[in-house]
Ligand binder design. Sequence first.
Ligand code: SF4
Ligand code: SF4
Ligand code: SF4
Ligand code: SF4
Length: 215
Amino acid sequence: MSDANNEPNDGLDRRRFLSNGARALGALGVGGLGIGLAAGRGQGRQYVWQLDPDKCICCGNCQTHCVLDESAVKAVQCFQLCGFCDICTGYFPTGEYELNTAAENHLCPTNAIRRKFIEERPGVRYFEYTIDESLCVGCGKCVEGCALMNGSLYLQVRHDRCLNCNECAIAVACPADAYRRVPADEPTILKEAARKAIEGAKKTQRAAAGDGHEA
Ligand code: SF4
Ligand code: SF4
Ligand code: SF4
Ligand code: SF4
């Protein structure tokens, strides 16, 4: 799943994390497996539905219009783009709240975002925010909030859940015309800023490895 590496960070420090483009590629492989299985069950269909995150206006229909009881659309995190902010506007509401992880301080209605302390530098604390997809309902509230900062959170159809309907009910209801068919072997649409951040991380990684090649 593209940059959508929603699994926890497990002890990686922030600098290593920010430059770890390989994780993004690994996550792509996992997403591809889901698609491969879906295509196999689907009598050889070659295209799947996906939403363009640069068109999405977070209207809420991705949560409410999927034919599944729990939408196939989930929030994903591009760690290479995330600012690891203490005051995360994707995690905390813009109104009254206290700066702690108590449920009443969450913007997310299902408590699907995990906040984990990473490190502290003089005067600045850094946190990692990870989506628990089993709880995410695709409402897009965190995406809307994160847009006030780096915009590292965005929505994607998860193909381990999506039924690949002939006519996607969300696509019909989408006011931004954000849905389109994409090849099943390239089932994600990266946000443009995320694509650039991932490319930057890969360049940094190559430079650190000393191979001297620029993409
Ligand atoms: S229906 Fe369209 S605009 Fe609304 S949240 Fe989904 S992709 Fe975004
Ligand atoms: S607001 Fe967005 S960019 Fe900032 S920490 Fe939260 S998820 Fe990351
Ligand atoms: S705010 Fe909505 S889209 Fe974001 S993680 Fe929570 S349920 Fe998912
Ligand atoms: S194709 Fe069907 S299952 Fe997949 S997101 Fe659209 S409505 Fe939901």
